[in-house]
Design a protein around this ligand. Structure first.
Ligand code: DGL
Length: 277
């Protein structure tokens, strides 16, 4: 089989989606990627659904222009409020968001039927995780918590700082105590996997953390195989990433390194204007 050499398009409001890219690159080493971070308009998590939908449409058009074979909406907020409005993309390529894989993994993981989801304000308000989890298993108890401050802490690289531990205790401490506490916590924001250690210190070792970046990578691998879109093994430019940002390539590279867990050369980050799309 010749394989499909076209890249996979990955889109996020900024750098946080690089946690998803990192998981994708590890799971699919034979693929190429185009990553777009809408750094000029970050954060999406505090914006209205209508605004995020308009931004996501523009980002999608740019990635389709670059000939992607699949679109990964690596932003929880955009997946929560905009996935269904990307009909234009759905007609051309498969589109995968992060909510459904995270919800499915949460349901597969819980033993006591109680799941907590932490996310941005926008994701929580839209209720997409609750709907997705209940679609898989209607009698699941789902508690959502907006943890907006985690976004800033992760971008500062304050992975295990006292401020991060205090924020974690503040947000999660009241929920994770007593016999009725959830046994599963879905990290429903691109930024949160890098704070997993601090979160773990609050919730304890008995609570399972579901990283929606890892579960999304698995869903993408399945979709590529099912649709015959996987690239042929051993191609020369396998694993390459073309980075686009809508503002400040320097900041994208500096902060992005926290989420990608490797250095990014700012000179390789191309500046794009989404308003024209
Ligand atoms: N990427 C966003 C998300 O996963 C977090 C950052 C933002 O608010 O834009 O929800």
């Amino acid at each position: 089989m010749p394989g499909d050499p076209r890249p996979i398009g990955v889109f996020d409001s900024g750098m946080g989606g690089l946690t998803v890219l990192r998981a994708l690159a590890a799971r699919l080493p034979g693929e190429r990627f185009v990553y777009l971070g809408d750094t000029a308009r970050l954060p999406y998590g505090t914006k209205s659904a209508e605004t995020v939908q308009a931004y996501a449409l523009q980002a999608t058009r740019l990635l389709l222009d670059h000939g992607v074979k699949m679109l990964v909406i690596a932003c929880n907020t955009a997946s929560a409020v905009a996935l269904y409005v990307l009909e234009e993309a759905w007609e051309k390529v498969p589109v995968i968001g992060v909510i459904e894989p995270g919800a499915r993994a949460g349901v597969a993981t819980t033993r006591n039927g109680r799941i907590a989801v932490i996310a941005t304000e926008g994701t929580v308000k839209g209720g997409a995780y609750v709907r997705a989890i209940k679609r898989f298993k209607p009698d699941t108890e789902v508690v959502q918590l907006p943890c907006q401050v985690f976004v800033a802490l992760a971008e500062e690289g304050w992975i295990n700082s006292p401020a991060t531990l205090a924020a974690s205790a503040h947000y999660l401490g009241p929920l994770f105590q007593g016999p009725a506490q959830p046994d599963t916590l879905v990290l429903g924001c691109t930024h949160f996997p890098v704070l997993a250690d601090a979160i773990r210190r609050t919730v304890g070792s008995d609570v399972a953390l579901v990283d929606s970046a890892l579960t999304t990578a698995e869903a993408v691998a399945e979709a590529l195989a099912a649709k015959g879109l996987a690239s042929a093994p051993g191609s020369e430019d396998a694993g390459t990433v073309r980075f686009f940002a809508t503002d400040s390539p320097e900041r994208f590279a500096r902060v992005g390194a926290i989420f990608l867990n490797r250095a990014i050369d700012p000179a390789t980050v191309e500046l794009v204007d989404l308003w024209t799309f």
